[in-house]
Design a protein around this ligand. Sequence first.
Ligand SMILES: [Zn+2]
Length: 277
Amino acid sequence: MLFDAHTHLNFGEFSDEERKTLAAEIEESSLEYIIDVGDCVASSKQAIADAEAYEWCYAAVGIHPEHASVATDEDIEQIKELSSHPKVKAIGEIGLDFYYGKDNQPEQIELFRKQIRLANELRMPIMIHTRDANQLTMDILVEEGAFSEERKKWFPKKVLADGSEAADPRVQLHCFSGSKELAMEYVKLGAMISLGGPITFKNGRKAAEVAQTIPADYLLSETDAPYLTPEPFRGRQNKSQYVEYVVRRMAVLKNEEYDHMAEVTMRNGCRFFNIEE
Ligand SMILES: [Zn+2]
């Protein structure tokens, strides 16, 4: 009973045969659902093809900031068309990456804004990638209404562990790499913090602190496979079923039983992406 809230089974370098092998491995594992995330029009199409092939696979469609210099309005129009597929559950991954892309920041910002507006128009969850642009990412999300009262009305409230209810504007910070203070600011806005392999790394103290600090009601589990492989497999290619090691580490950090943590992250994932548990 595990949920991978961000993975790339659609990865362009996988052959059809490799993809089938990976899918067969997932079917043998305790993984229940994955969100197969596109980063351009082509990979978004592949994510939908995967979702059509496998019951346990759902898709997110969007254009990653690394493609900001080449992405056109037509591409965004295509993402809009793809998003109408019933197994597409979010717009993503979208955002800012100033680690790789230093020269095209204006294009990244424009592409990001346009895709938040698209998610608002479509009333869909938003999946964020951000690197070396923490404050600007939050500012743009706020400016574009990603946490607006209006947006909060579109989605059912979530019931927290203590029985109270909270609005959920359906914004996921994928592989969150900011501080625990920033994570708490996002939690106050209603965002979900998605954590992966780095919480298992020896040098992953910051991510581990985030896991310890934020309430479990705001946590999602992910792999970002084939990247960011968790320990004890670090150095090899990541696979969605390794989300188990992320959830095991989360359980240790939060002083909870593994089964409980698996259940919570599963429930959070199903609710966030509107998938029947
Ligand atoms: Zn990713």
